[in-house]
Design a binder for this molecule. Structure first.
Ligand SMILES: *[C@@H]1O[C@H](CO)[C@@H](O)[C@H](O)[C@H]1NC(C)=O
Ligand SMILES: *[C@@H]1O[C@H](CO)[C@@H](O)[C@H](O)[C@H]1NC(C)=O
Ligand SMILES: *[C@@H]1O[C@H](CO)[C@@H](O)[C@H](O)[C@H]1NC(C)=O
Ligand SMILES: *[C@@H]1O[C@H](CO)[C@@H](O)[C@H](O)[C@H]1NC(C)=O
Ligand SMILES: *[C@@H]1O[C@H](CO)[C@@H](O)[C@H](O)[C@H]1NC(C)=O
Ligand SMILES: *[C@@H]1O[C@H](CO)[C@@H](O)[C@H](O)[C@H]1NC(C)=O
Ligand SMILES: *[C@@H]1O[C@H](CO)[C@@H](O)[C@H](O)[C@H]1NC(C)=O
Ligand SMILES: *[C@@H]1O[C@H](CO)[C@@H](O)[C@H](O)[C@H]1NC(C)=O
Ligand SMILES: [Zn+2]
Length: 642
């Protein structure tokens, strides 16, 4: 009991995905003991505690089987994947709510403290369900609420679609939902399949034009069908990233027939600052399905092949902290469409939801775009599941929106490949009401770019941008990447970073990034006077701004830049060289080495086609061919370029 209390009070309320399984397993071991303790102590419980379950059990009735065929849209979905049509069935759930105060009962305080899962299982037991067939799946607490999610199981086989959930507020039940089946009125088939999956899989794969990804293991689960019968089924993951398909099929383990499907590619909507706009000041738009399934084959709302209904997925987990625990916006239909009210404080419910949605959207777009340009699994990117494509997984990016640990800033911590990155987004107090860093895309993209440069320089160790000069390059790349997103036409515009959060036209930096030497006079020789990485970064970012403008001027601009890295357009070539050079340059590069990496990247990818354009632009700001480590300006361009 002591150890259980320790677990309950010392584990984070939200289980981080990377060790959630292990923790839950640990929980289960202890849970068994709790249930036993619970069962043994019921006789000594006060009658008031016992009445909790009795009175609740009378509140609603379990829906009858089979489910009514008249409400098909609530229970069925017809899909066409790769040319094969299939209709899935999802049992109707009972759902009972008890208002804002919840249903009042007396609870044995000591037992309540012990375990949410013990209580949740006992609750459904009191409603007539066989508790030996109920498993605690997951749960967490947020503020005053505790959420538990359960599933049924028989003969050691889990049910795919017989699930339940219950919410407690303090000592009251606030609501519960259930699609549990009644074991005494349904025949549970044997747990032994009679066909071999590999005999039928080739046909199924070709019907759906998709294949089983390496490393995914088929499972056996019970599936409740629309006529109420229960079938033993193989569950197989299938993918075809070229057509954006990511799903699982349920194959009858007796007949080999495809019974149902779960589509992981969620259709989601977000009200956000579009990725090619600087901040909230440019207005919000509602975007639908912005995920790039080539970069994110199971979409943005899937973790370990399980769909999520929050701002949490394989690439990015965005949340605020409430009393130290992760607080997500929940949307079962994936519509994250809160309107941001600029006249209100950032921490209202709507504004918090809008900020989480925007941070989630921007961080995922950065993942998807950088992926297309080469920041992939094997190039040490940030993903929980690497789909067997190399690199280390278990490292999505945690974005802490409204991080209470600071104000007027943001930062990104980049650990080695295989450990999650963390993006800390703060509130800014430069204006009233305060402004939210998570509504400023430039700030978000700047931070996410630190993850790209920190991982790709030096091969995923995150140890290779540690010197002052390379740290300055890091700041420069981050501003540059943010600026690249905003360039939405052939006319290269000047770029500022943080104008919105700082409520200042020039934003956080001393000068806008510009090709105009009056607007931005920074040159290589300015490094002689600079010791702070952001100031150093301004010099690098402005050189790159000039490289960008020259490339676009000579090689044109392409608006399909987010998805077509093979375009010959100057703006696309620029990001290619940006990403390629990271992988080429040495650990802790200098300005000269970083420039040389751009030149080499161009040789590697384009046979040196853009070499002179790039060299001339660097030379125009003092980083010419003869520039040395003393930061003396040099305007030399290679002889064959003049
Ligand atoms: C099957 O997948 C290929 C790519 O793998 C795609 O080109 C083709 O259009 C798909 N066929 C159908 C019917 O979706
Ligand atoms: C399950 O079915 C049995 C027999 O039909 C019935 O007595 C019992 O009340 C049912 N339990 C639930 C939870 O509906
Ligand atoms: C915050 O956590 C503390 C300690 O766990 C708890 O006493 C307090 O009630 C919590 N407050 C809220 C608002 O959840
Ligand atoms: C339910 O439907 C399946 C076919 O989908 C059939 O094989 C089975 O016999 C039916 N069960 C009942 C109880 O009607
Ligand atoms: C919301 O932010 C304001 C300051 O902007 C602060 O005074 C207030 O306490 C915050 N409210 C909550 C619930 O955090
Ligand atoms: C993630 O972590 C688990 C447990 O530590 C490990 O078994 C698994 O191989 C890791 N996945 C990847 C892709 O590295
Ligand atoms: C932004 O700054 C301007 C002055 O530069 C000031 O007039 C305005 O009130 C500020 N806006 C907010 C929301 O604080
Ligand atoms: C550069 O900017 C200054 C003002 O910042 C402006 O007067 C000048 O005309 C600009 N030069 C060019 C070539 O556009
Ligand atoms: Zn930075």
């Amino acid at each position: 009991m002591t150890s259980l209390k320790w677990l309950v009070h010392h584990l984070p309320d939200f289980f981080p995905y990377s060790f959630g399984r292990a923790v839950l397993r640990l929980f289960h071991l202890h849970l068994t003991r709790v249930i036993l303790a619970f069962a043994m102590s019921t006789s000594t419980l006060s009658s008031r505690f016992f009445s909790l379950f009795v009175s609740l059990a009378l509140l609603s009735s379990v829906s009858a089987i089979p489910w009514p065929s008249t409400s098909k849209h609530a229970t069925h979905r017809r899909r066409n994947i790769g040319g094969r049509e299939v209709e899935s069935f999802h049992p109707e759930s009972t759902f009972k709510t008890f208002g804002s105060t919840g249903r009042s009962f007396a609870v044995n305080q000591q037992l309540f403290d012990v375990s949410i899962e013990g209580l949740a299982i006992a609750f459904f037991g009191s409603r007539g369900f066989d508790t030996s067939g109920i498993k605690y799946r997951s749960g967490y607490s947020a503020g005053e609420f505790q959420y538990a999610y359960l599933k049924q199981s028989a003969n050691g086989i889990d049910f795919a679609n017989a699930v339940a959930n219950v919410v407690f507020k303090g000592d009251k039940v606030v609501s519960f939902g259930s699609s549990f089946v009644n074991f005494s009125s349904v025949r549970i088939p044997s747990a032994t399949p009679s066909i071999n999956l590999k005999d039928v899989l080739p046909k199924i794969q070709s019907e759906f034009n998709a294949t089983k990804p390496d490393g995914s293991e088929p499972a056996l689960e019970y599936l409740v069908q629309s006529n109420g019968s229960v079938v033993l089924a193989y569950v197989v993951q299938l993918r075809n990233s070229l057509i954006g398909a990511a799903f699982e099929v349920f194959v009858d383990a007796i007949s080999g027939v495809v019974l149902s499907i779960t589509d992981f590619v969620a259709h989601a909507s977000y009200t956000v600052v579009p990725i090619d706009k600087a901040s909230f000041a440019d207005g919000l738009q509602t975007v639908t399905n912005p995920q790039d399934t080539q970069a994110s084959p199971s979409g943005w709302h899937t973790i370990n092949n399980k769909a999520t209904t929050t701002t949490a997925g394989n690439n990015v987990v965005a949340f605020t902290l409430r009393n130290g625990t992760r607080d997500f916006q929940e949307s079962p239909i994936l519509t994250f469409m809160a309107k941001y009210d600029a006249a209100a404080s950032p921490n209202t419910t709507d504004n918090t939801n809008a900020a989480r949605a925007n941070a989630f959207y921007v961080a995922n777009r950065v993942h998807d775009i950088a992926y297309r340009y080469g920041f992939t699994e094997k190039a040490f990117n940030f993903q929980h599941d690497n789909f067997g494509k190399g690199g280390k997984g278990n490292d999505s990016v945690d974005v802490i929106v409204h991080d209470p640990s600071g104000l007027n800033n943001a930062y990104f911590s980049v650990p080695p490949d295989g450990e999650p990155g963390t993006c800390h987004m703060f509130i800014w107090t430069k204006s009233l009401p305060n402004r939210d860093g998570s509504m400023d895309n430039g700030i978000l993209i700047h931070e996410m770019a630190h993850g790209i440069t920190g991982r790709m320089t030096g091969g995923g160790t995150a140890r290779c941008l540690q010197t002052t000069e390379s740290g300055g390059l890091g700041e420069g790349w981050s501003d540059t990447f943010a600026g690249w997103m905003e360039q939405s036409s052939r006319e290269t515009k000047d770029i500022t970073i943080g104008s919105y959060v700082y409520n200042r036209t020039r934003g956080l930096r001393r000068f806008p990034y510009s090709v105009n030497t009056t607007t931005n006079p920074l040159r290589y020789s300015d490094l002689k006077k600079l010791t702070e990485v952001h100031y150093i970064g301004e010099v690098w970012a402005n050189m790159l701004h000039n490289v960008y403008a020259s490339l676009v001027q000579q090689f044109d601009y392409s608006s399909d830049r987010f998805t077509n890295p093979d375009s010959p357009a100057g703006n696309v070539v620029f990001l290619r060289l940006f990403i390629d050079s990271l992988a080429i340059q040495p650990c802790n590069p200098t300005f000269v080495q970083a420039r040389n990496a751009w030149i080499q990247a161009d040789v590697n990818r384009y046979g040196g086609k853009h070499r002179c354009t790039v060299f001339k632009a660097f030379a125009s700001r003092g980083l010419g061919a003869k520039a040395g480590p003393q930061f003396d300006d040099d305007g030399t361009i290679p002889p064959d370029c003049s």
